[in-house]
Design a protein. Sequence first.
Lengths: 46, 281
Amino acid sequence: MNQWPSIVFAWTFGVVVIGGYAALIVRRGRRLSRQVPPSARRWIRS
Amino acid sequence: MFRNVMSTRNMTSTTTPPSVDHGAPDPSTDGTSTSSRGTRVLGVLCIVGLAVLGVFTFAISPPDSNLGDSVRIMYIHVPTVAWAYLCLICCAASSVTYLVRRSRFADVLAHASAEIGVLLLGVTLVSGAAWGHITWGTYWEWDARLTTTLLLFLMFVGYLALRAVPPSSNAGPGSGAVRAAVVGTVSALMIPVVHKSVEWWASLHQGATSFGTLDGNIEGSQQFTLWLSFGVGSLVAVWLLMHRFRVGWLTAAAQDVALDEAIEARRAGAAGRVADAGAGS
């Protein structure tokens, strides 16, 4: 049995899904950064 | 009306306490995105690490004597499930913290870590199905490990769906976040069941290979590549978690800004009406 199609599929799926999600949250972060004042960008204090 | 808006504002402050800090901005951020010096360095390390991992996975690590080339799926399957567990445990710990302290930080972190945990668990399930197709001849089997992992995945998908539901207008302050925190905490109780499922029930899925009692099955460059995959997976997971947390924080801050603007508009409108009434009399 040729194992390579399953191996390539598993890796491609993982990289595309995680990479796509990373790109999505970076984009969302850029959009939101324009909506809030710089003073609200202190992440840790609550 | 103004009083109603003010009471809503007070409720919201209690719902997502405390309000956004209006101190100095984080000096390491550039102000146009959620990145900072730290995450940019981390991002570069992730890309370099993934490239090195790709070389080790597909060129250096030899085929396994039993599993053949399918062992290469292990280098994505194992780190993603390990980090999915850690993210979901982080969600549970943050949920408990939120229930105790009502901290916005804990609430945002719980949401962020659950989302990344679900993402990584989804990759684990799909890469596991591809591996199962090679080793078991089937993509899916209602086996103890696979079934409990699917249940865990669905429980946290439900958690994320619950978080997307807006709180009802007659719900008490913070009820949405409290409801999510309870579900997140209870759902995480499934993690030890998933982990122990291969011991508690008969399972096609193998037990722990590298860190458990069956140690010795992998060695040399396979062992190194597995450790490398953990290292790179850690960098990627931490990068994702930091950015997703910041997006969650900005989302809450944007809601505060929108609410403040609405209050200011109402206040200005009310002041104008009072002035008109004074001029009329």
